[in-house]
Design a protein around this ligand. Structure first.
Ligand SMILES: *[C@@H]1O[C@H](CO)[C@@H](O)[C@H](O)[C@H]1NC(C)=O
Ligand SMILES: *[C@@H]1O[C@H](CO)[C@@H](O)[C@H](O)[C@H]1NC(C)=O
Ligand SMILES: *[C@@H]1O[C@H](CO)[C@@H](O)[C@H](O)[C@H]1NC(C)=O
Ligand SMILES: *[C@@H]1O[C@H](CO)[C@@H](O)[C@H](O)[C@H]1NC(C)=O
Ligand SMILES: *[C@@H]1O[C@H](CO)[C@@H](O)[C@H](O)[C@H]1NC(C)=O
Length: 466
């Protein structure tokens, strides 16, 4: 009798132990991998949590702020919206793999909850291509939330009464940044309609410089020969793809399908932060890290330190910040609502989160603690905030703190995040004194010269013809 009981107990224990073997996203209270979704990470997950200790500078008073804010969580691009119904096929195929074909793998299988979640998934068909990249309601909340949070810490600067001498707002020419501005305004003033944003210039060189620079667009950051390309053609990458497919019961699953599941996972997780996207269950945490590294590589060479010239690219935004914060003159608050590439190149221009070792296709293993991690730097609603302080009792009266997503930026020439303004000006002297029209985009500049030459030539011909 006792033996029987023992055996039963043992069997129960064993069963429990094997059930524990399968990673279960639906039961994971931490879901650490949601912190590694690169530019599609939810702000609530990426944001810093120590601003309450970092904003207050004894003996100093905050005077001015300069904000560069990425839009909040958005709907997918046209391509992803068009491809989304394919996920319903994949849903049915996975269900069939597990329940009909019995190709469930021996190890690392989906747990029951996750499988059931996938089986019940439906694409929200009211998301149509005409709404591509629109801000979602969570995206609006993202910005309303950052505005309220910064206002809580800086009530005198982020006054709840709007006027257009104190505040200067601008967004780019897109629905998602326009709505983000409104969300931010509502957060500050309790009403999205009281504030107005400045007109968008025909050439938005300040917020979308990459639209006007072929050098920037054409460099090879993800094509053949790039580190991104090498990484996504490596045996480690291939193994990851194979493992993901096998986990879902496939002998072969196209990379395109895997990427679609990955995108939907990240979108849904950001749209409803406190729910779980069933598609995230398709990926084990260590697989997410591999996918994340590919994204970091891509952005590193597109907008980061991968190419040294990227450090010169966002010259105008850096100058704009320094100009505004150098004087006590109005506006006291400047806030821009823009995009991922703008935010990333701004950080690169400022030398923020620069690694001592370059990110390459070969060093995934040693770069696990890299500073260039877009999940942390550039999530949805990612924001860079510079706060200018006045410290009357100090020898150096003007100081500044820079924040990325509510984390004080650590620069080695500052004192735990608190920088002397004279040091700011000294460190950014070169970029601040540069002529931004020529500092980076030489193809643009040379195009200008070529057209000058051409018009001289035409003028000459016209002259000769007369
Ligand atoms: C489907 O998408 C629309 C458009 O974004 C949204 O308003 C709606 O709430 C979504 N429905 C569900 C069930 O998530
Ligand atoms: C604008 O608002 C700021 C902050 O609330 C206030 O100090 C300033 O006097 C206002 N200026 C005008 C012209 O209303
Ligand atoms: C991809 O990797 C394989 C195997 O290492 C190599 O033979 C092939 O040339 C690579 N493809 C490209 C386009 O780099
Ligand atoms: C990875 O897979 C790609 C596409 O199937 C293949 O071309 C490449 O040779 C593989 N790379 C390695 C290193 O096996
Ligand atoms: C800032 O300036 C003060 C006064 O000149 C100096 O004592 C201090 O070391 C400077 N701080 C840093 C981080 O360099």
């Amino acid at each position: 009798m006792r033996l029987l009981l023992l055996t039963a107990l043992l069997a129960l224990l064993l069963q429990h132990a094997t059930a524990q073997d399968d990673y279960c996203f639906g039961k994971d209270g931490e879901r650490a991998q949601t912190r590694h979704f690169s530019s599609k990470t939810a702000y609530q997950i990426a944001k810093g949590t120590h601003i309450d200790k970092q904003y207050q500078v004894p003996g100093c008073e905050p005077k001015k702020m300069w904000i560069f804010h990425r839009h909040g969580t958005r709907l997918p691009t046209v391509n992803t919206i068009k491809e989304a119904p394919r996920l319903e096929d994949l849903r049915d195929l996975i269900d069939k793999n597990y329940n009909v074909l019995r190709t469930k793998p021996e190890t690392n299988a989906l747990c029951q909850i996750d499988l059931f979640g996938i089986k019940m998934w439906k694409w929200n068909a009211s998301i149509t291509v005409d709404m591509e990249q629109h801000l979602t309601s969570q995206g609006y909340e993202d910005l309303r939330g950052t505005a309220k949070l910064y206002q809580r810490y800086y009530p005198s600067v982020l006054s709840s009464k709007y006027n257009n001498t104190h505040y200067y707002f601008r967004h780019t020419d897109t629905q998602r940044t326009t709505e983000s501005f409104k969300g931010f305004s509502e957060g500050l003033f309790g009403d999205s309609r009281v504030a107005t944003a400045a007109d968008i210039p025909e050439q938005d060189l300040l917020l979308r410089p990459y639209d006007y620079c072929t050098d920037f667009k054409n460099k090879n950051y993800k094509g053949e020969g790039s580190e991104y390309y090498k990484f996504t053609n490596s045996s480690q990458w291939n193994q990851t793809m194979e493992d993901i497919g096998r986990r879902l019961g496939f002998t072969y699953l196209d990379e395109k399908d895997i990427m679609l599941m990955y995108d939907m996972c990240r979108y849904e997780q950001a749209w409803q932060v406190d729910r779980t996207s069933v598609w995230c269950a398709a990926f084990l945490p260590e697989q997410v890290n591999v996918l994340e590294y590919a994204e970091d590589l891509k952005y590193y060479y597109e907008a980061g330190y991968g190419f040294p010239e990227n450090e010169r690219f966002n010259c105008r935004a850096v100058q704009d910040m320094l100009k505004h914060l150098s004087t006590p003159a109005s506006p006291q608050v400047v806030a821009y609502f823009a995009h991922s590439a703008g935010l990333q190149t701004l950080l690169t221009g400022l030398g923020v989160s620069r690694d001592d070792v370059k990110l390459t296709a070969d060093n995934f293993d040693i770069m696990s603690n890299r500073r260039w991690q877009i999940s942390k730097l550039g999530p949805f609603a990612g924001n860079f905030v510079a706060v200018k302080y006045s410290c009357p009792a100090e020898r150096e009266q003007e100081k500044a703190v820079f924040f990325i997503n509510q984390n004080a930026v650590q620069l080695n020439w500052c004192n735990v995040g608190l920088c002397n303004w004279s040091d700011v000006m000294k460190n950014y002297k070169t970029i601040n004194e540069a002529n931004c029209d020529e500092y980076y985009c030489r193809s643009g500049a040379s195009a200008g010269q070529a057209s000058l030459l051409l018009s001289a030539l035409i003028a000459g011909i016209v002259y000769l013809m007369h």
